[in-house]
Ligand binder design. Structure first.
Ligand SMILES: Nc1ncnc2c1ncn2[C@@H]1O[C@H](COP(=O)(O)OP(=O)(O)OP(=O)(O)O)[C@@H](O)[C@H]1O
Ligand SMILES: [Zn+2]
Length: 720
């Protein structure tokens, strides 16, 4: 007899699916979530399509049972396979992203009380009050009934016992439905044109990709909300992806104001019970709009009608841990599979997306002006060479003057410094020793508020020592350079009267506190804000008149080929927080290199010119978006092992036309979490199948042994 079998993919670091027998009487289809035996354990897996391996009947194990969960849609299965094949992550690891819903929790029914019409044995004033409250609103929960009547719950219990009230179980409350016409805005002509174009795309029910490029404050959010509304009208689902979960709070409020109810949120801090509910609601097509971080891309949408990637240029869309993938790029793939439009939204698009628009692969919608009568901020560079700050200070005279006049006028100012902690480096003034992480090639960052030195790469923490660990001289350790904590000290000394808020991820206890703080700022209860990149993204602080960038050169001195692009994006975005309300905005950029093309572009607002020059530079160097890159990082506990294997790997690389392999070279962070790292960089022309090439290379090359590992990053953003 031929036994019926099924392929089951498990959410673990394996690429292949396993073959299991299907017991008599059980029916399974691709996407079904099942329990299977795995060694001596039990595991949850997903029935996959395609062939598994042949298993001799005697060794074939049966599926244990099928879970009571909505199956993963066919499209999600295809998507997992696609992402795994492109990124070279094992399929099981990618599946784990898609199966994150966890087990659905049986929802307790809502219990309410209602009158039976029978009178209690004895009537008291308290009992009368309860019954009269219920007469007005037929059903209530016990707690709210007692509260509304102003009696103890014992009174209600008495009425239940005597049969004057009865219990009723209601099904769980349905999700609030979003109304596309709840509160539509009046759009400007420019906004309306863009919105109409997007709405047309949603109606067409085919794949298209559109870059929505609009200056900060042009109303990009308002525009894509119209496309979301159209998806709602068609009864279809929409996914809106944001780079930062701190942003979701404000965005969800805007959605709620626009549609009369909150969309579903999906990110790492959503409690697991809620996640399970949301996962199911998305799978059943009941959750129509999801606002989430990159992992929302792996939700089991039933009928996806639109994807929006807001702040599409943001590097936070790239997940740097397993599975390594770029959520913006994979979102385009997802839209292709779903045959729906995708909108990539930004004030400063990535060069990749702009190049796709220039090649005509993406449509390009422009919003060149701010909404209403608001203007973009005027921007000036404060030359730190010509007019340096006082010794030991970081705010120069130009910026200090600008802050002072802003505060005097009763307006808000923001000082941006993308460095957490007190000082990025601690040095011994007796012997010159620099305090370094024991596990990484990185300096330890002083966090004075919590009295620790921390490594921002591995999370290592140690108390701040009193004496130098090298020469043992006491009290000679000195901070070098500023972090936001040190800047805060300076600000307190220079502007003692200002109400100050310091926004840095490590100073906030969770997303809720951060959101509360952002709200306080938006409401104008703070005069001066000091913030890291947390404050640059998409926030609306209506009273903010001045943005001061303390170190505008910070991102430029790196070997990252995208350094100029990144700096341009960050500076445009952070200066774009100024002047969004009634007061005009301005920005001051402190720079030691005032003539740098990035500073010039930001000051003059010559965006097109900047992009053109950057494109030319990239093209000349064969870098993305004109060429392709993959990187292979070999790491091992011992340096010689990493070096040796990296060399053997390089030797085993198949020859290919136009393809170059650089390295192995020591990675910029040569030691990370106690592992030595060597980097191989593959450069290929655009259109080259890099995933296929690297897959073949790794299959034919010697396999790493011991603790040596190889991490593949297709289209890397991070070159450290
Ligand atoms: N048509 C409109 N009617 C009323 N208010 C609008 C309209 N368009 C934009 N606004 C308001 O202008 C501000 C900026 O709009 P929005 O946040 O959508 O811009 P954005 O382009 O997404 O900005 P950024 O890229 O800087 O985050 C918001 O407070 C928004 O409510
Ligand atoms: Zn470290």
């Amino acid at each position: 007899m031929i036994r019926h079998t099924a392929q089951v993919l498990l959410p673990v670091a394996l690429d292949r699916a396993f073959t299991y027998g299907v017991p008599e009487g059980m029916e399974v289809a691709p996407g079904d979530v099942v329990h299977v035996p795995l060694g001596r354990r039990e595991a949850v897996g997903v029935v996959w399509s395609g062939a598994g391996e042949d298993v001799p009947p005697a060794r074939l194990k049966n599926i244990i049972d099928k879970l009571d969960r909505t199956a993963l849609p066919e499209q999600l299965i295809q998507f997992v396979d696609w992402v795994a094949a492109y990124t070279l992550n094992p399929r099981g690891i990618v599946l784990r992203m898609a199966a994150r819903g966890g087990n659905p929790v049986e929802e307790a029914p809502r219990v309410v009380l209602q009158p039976t019409g029978r009178s209690p044995g004895r009537m008291t004033p308290a009992r009368e009050k309860v019954l009269s409250v219920l007469a007005a609103s037929a059903q209530m929960s016990k707690a709210s009934l007692a509260a509304a009547a102003g009696v103890s719950s014992g009174v209600v219990d008495g009425l239940l016992r005597e049969g004057a009230l009865e219990r009723l179980e209601l099904p769980p409350e349905p999700l609030p439905s979003l109304d596309p016409d709840h509160h539509p805005p009046v759009l400007s002509d420019q906004q309306q044109a863009a919105a109409t174009a997007l709405i047309e795309k949603v109606r067409s029910r085919t794949f298209s990709a559109t870059l929505v490029e609009g200056v900060t404050g042009s109303g990009k959010t308002e525009v894509y909300l119209e496309a979301v509304a159209e998806a709602l009208r068609l009864g279809r689902q929409a996914l809106v992806m944001l780079p930062e979960i701190a942003l979701t709070g404000a965005v969800i409020e805007r959605f709620a104001a626009r549609f009369g109810a909150e969309p579903a949120a999906w990110h790492s801090t959503v409690p697991s019970k809620q996640r399970a509910k949301t996962w199911e609601a998305v799978a059943r097509g009941e959750a129509k709009v999801v606002v989430g971080a990159r992992s929302a891309l792996f939700l089991p949408f039933r009928d996806l009608g639109l994807i929006v990637v807001d702040e599409e240029h943001d590097p936070a869309f790239k997940q740097e841990e397993m599975p390594i993938y770029h959520a913006r790029d994979m979102a385009v793939v997802r839209a292709t599979l779903a045959a729906c439009p995708i909108a990539l939204v930004s004030a400063t698009p990535s060069l990749e997306t702009r190049a796709n628009a220039a090649r005509g692969r993406y449509d390009h919608l422009l919003l060149p002006e701010r909404f209403g009568s608001r203007a973009l901020p005027t921007i000036a560079v404060a030359d730190m060479v010509a007019r340096p700050p006082q010794r030991g200070r970081f705010i120069g005279p130009d910026l200090e003057g600008a802050v002072r006049s802003t505060l005097d006028a009763g307006h808000q100012a923001l000082l941006f410094l993308n460095r957490r902690g007190y000082a990025p480096l601690t040095l011994c003034r007796a012997c010159g020793h620099r305090l370094q992480c024991p596990n990484c090639s990185a300096w330890l960052v002083e966090h004075r508020y919590r009295g620790q030195l921390a490594c921002h790469h591995c999370g290592h923490n140690e108390p701040i020592p009193r004496e130098c660990p090298s020469c043992h001289t006491p009290d000679k350790l000195a901070p070098v350079g500023p972090g936001v904590e040190r800047l805060a000290d300076e600000v307190r000394a220079v502007f003692p009267e200002a109400r100050l808020s310091v926004l840095s991820s490590d100073l906030m206890h969770g997303v809720d506190q951060l959101r509360a703080e952002l709200k306080t700022i938006a409401e104008g209860q703070v005069d001066l804000v000091i913030g890291t990149q947390l404050v640059t993204k998409g926030h609306n602080f209506p009273g903010l008149a001045l943005v001061g960038v303390v170190d505008a050169d910070l991102g430029l001195g790196t070997a990252d080929p995208r350094a100029a692009e990144r700096t341009f994006q960050v500076l445009d975005q952070v200066t774009g927080r100024a002047g969004r309300g009634a007061v005009a905005g301005r920005a001051v950029l402190q720079s030691f290199d005032a003539r740098h093309p990035v500073m010039k572009a930001i000051v003059s607002g010559e965006r097109a010119g900047f992009y053109e020059t950057e494109m030319e530079t990239r093209e000349a160097a064969g870098l993305p978006p004109f060429g392709r890159i993959a990187s292979l990082v070999v790491s091992a506990a011992e340096r010689p092992a990493a070096e040796h294997f990296a060399r053997r790997l390089a030797q085993a690389a198949p020859r290919a036309d136009d393809l170059r392999i650089l390295g192995p070279a020591e990675a910029a962070i040569a030691l990370l979490r106690g592992r030595h790292r060597m980097r191989l960089t593959v450069k290929a022309p655009r259109g080259f199948d890099l995933s296929g090439y690297v897959r073949q290379w790794l299959a034919e090359a010697p396999q790493p042994s011991g603790n040596t590992t190889v991490t593949v990053d297709i289209d890397p953003l991070n070159f450290l």
